[in-house]
Design a protein around this ligand. Structure first.
Ligand code: URA
Length: 262
């Protein structure tokens, strides 16, 4: 018979209980925020495996039932390439049906800045790389103006596959990608996240009713990391008058990094 390790009792017998109560409070508050998020997105029921279902009332696409089929539950603290491996040829939601290429993210795994956009567009879907179309070219210029090369920062999206016709990603699609976005950011552990546009910022702050105008240019936090919400480069292409405000946001990012203007 294998001998069982003898556990030392905690010095204060209430420590374990207190810790559990704190953890429980944190879990309940997370759960509450998630449920409010789903509700505000129009969901009327929560699938049993939230994170693998698509759309509020759409059928579950590829239900994962065993821990082996839900590797995303074990993503924390992984290297970026492990996170990519776990994502695999993802079929966790129906976006898999229409995509050409999954667009994971690109750049420096030790980047100081992570830029987070919404979802791949047509060019990104074709190439498998985020922000390579017209908006991506403007993002490259914004990054260069900050004194970085594209390869020095990290760029990714909330959703890793192109929604058909560039429609907004649905709640289940966002939920399916969320553990991977979280793991990507945790793995890189940047000093600053730049949220590009209303949609990305709403997702990062888990508030689907948030108006970008109410938070743009103001420091927020995502998983303990400084988050600067700013305009999406596609929006800046349509509204060049907003470029000055976006530049102000990027200068605030440089200041937070303790960097001088190039
Ligand atoms: N818009 C985004 O939000 N992401 C991309 O990758 C391209 C365009």
């Amino acid at each position: 018979m294998p001998r069982r390790a003898i556990q030392q009792p905690p010095s204060d017998p209430n420590d374990g209980v207190r810790l559990k109560a704190e953890e429980l409070r944190e879990i309940l508050s997370d759960l509450r925020r998630h449920l409010l998020w789903w509700e505000a997105q129009g969901a009327r029921r929560i699938p049993r495996q939230a994170g693998v279902a698509c759309g509020g009332s759409s059928p579950v696409h590829a239900p994962a039932t065993t821990p082996e089929e839900r590797p995303e539950e074990n993503l924390h603290g992984r290297a970026l390439e492990d996170v990519r491996r776990q994502l695999g040829e993802c079929r966790r939601c129906k976006l898999a049906e229409g995509r050409k290429k999954l667009v994971f993210g690109v750049g420096n795994p030790d980047a100081e800045i992570v830029f987070v956009g919404e979802a791949p567009g047509a060019e990104e879907d074709r190439t498998g790389e985020p922000f390579v179309g017209a908006a991506g070219q403007l993002l490259d210029r914004m990054i260069a103006a900050m004194g970085f090369e594209r390869g020095q920062v990290y760029i990714c999206n909330v959703v890793k596959c192109r929604p058909p016709g560039n429609r907004d990603p649905e709640p289940g699609e966002i939920a399916a990608c969320e553990p991977f976005l979280k793991a990507q950011i945790a793995s890189i552990s940047p000093k600053v996240i730049v949220g590009l546009g209303r949609f990305a910022v709403q997702c990062l702050l888990e508030d689907p009713s948030l108006a970008l105008g109410s938070v743009r240019g103001k420091w927020k936090r995502y998983e303990g990391i400084d988050l600067m919400p700013t305009f999406h480069p596609a929006n800046l292409l349509r509204n060049p008058a907003k470029k000055g405000a976006a530049w102000k946001d990027l200068k605030a990012v440089l200041a937070r990094l303790g960097r001088q203007l190039p």
